[in-house]
Ligand binder design. Structure first.
Ligand code: PAF
Length: 215
């Protein structure tokens, strides 16, 4: 596995692979890797010649009351997991790399992002859309893989990425823990009690949605 930190290194790696007719699958993450991410890598490896993963804790998607500094960042463990799963290129950009230029330019979604969780997290979805847009421009993948843990994020990205990144196909998977809870690094924030009751959401929904599939 090759680990790089600069945009130029990612672009030269991808350009070289594409020149040789190889397809690129991309898994963007904020790290704290878990089995959900691993199933995204597996899917990418089955469908592409090359799998690129990014680990970047994006500061602009943290709301004013959310603690960026205490976000869980087990980077050495993450690198080892990515290596075990045979990721080909791991992109670990710094804040300077992602935000030093064009700081005044951002991607804003004006409707869906204003309701539900977006109403309580001002700027969160602009941060997500902006970073996903930057990453897609840098990596230029053939296929993008993401988990379905956040329904609102999924709909928002899906909406504009279909228009602005129409050449990149997008695959959504719904990896779950054994008890049905959607795999997410945010589960690290749940204390024992909350972690125990969280799968109720899935169990309740699953009762009325027989088609909902665990993968
Ligand atoms: O869902 C996530 O892990 C993040 O929001 C993403 C898409 C990697 C952007 O930082």
């Amino acid at each position: 596995m090759k680990i790089v930190q600069t945009i130029a290194e990612v672009q030269s790696f991808v350009r070289e692979k594409k020149k040789n007719g190889q397809s690129i699958g991309f898994v963007p993450t904020m790290g704290a890797l878990h089995k959900g991410h691993m199933s995204l890598i597996d899917a990418s490896k089955q469908e592409n010649n090359v799998t690129v993963m990014s680990i970047y804790v994006n500061p602009t998607q943290f709301g004013p009351k959310e603690d960026l500094a205490s976000y869980f960042r087990p980077i050495e463990k993450d690198k080892a997991m990515a290596r075990d799963y045979a990721v080909d290129l791991l992109f670990l950009p710094s804040d300077e790399t992602m935000y030093s230029r064009l700081q005044s330019v951002a991607v804003t979604e004006k409707h869906l992002s204003q309701v539900l969780c977006g109403a309580y997290r001002p700027g969160h979805f602009d941060g997500v859309c902006t970073i996903v847009s930057k990453l897609l421009h840098i990596v230029n993948p053939d296929r993008l893989y993401s988990g379905m843990k956040d329904a609102q994020q999924l709909r928002i990205i899906e909406k504009w990425s279909k228009i602005y990144f129409s050449l990149c196909k997008w695959f959504q998977l719904q990896p779950r823990e054994d008890d049905g809870l959607a795999c997410s690094s945010c589960n690290n924030y749940l204390d024992t009690n909350r972690r125990e009751i969280a799968p109720v959401l899935f169990q309740h929904r699953n009762k009325d949605n027989k088609h909902l599939k665990m993968v």
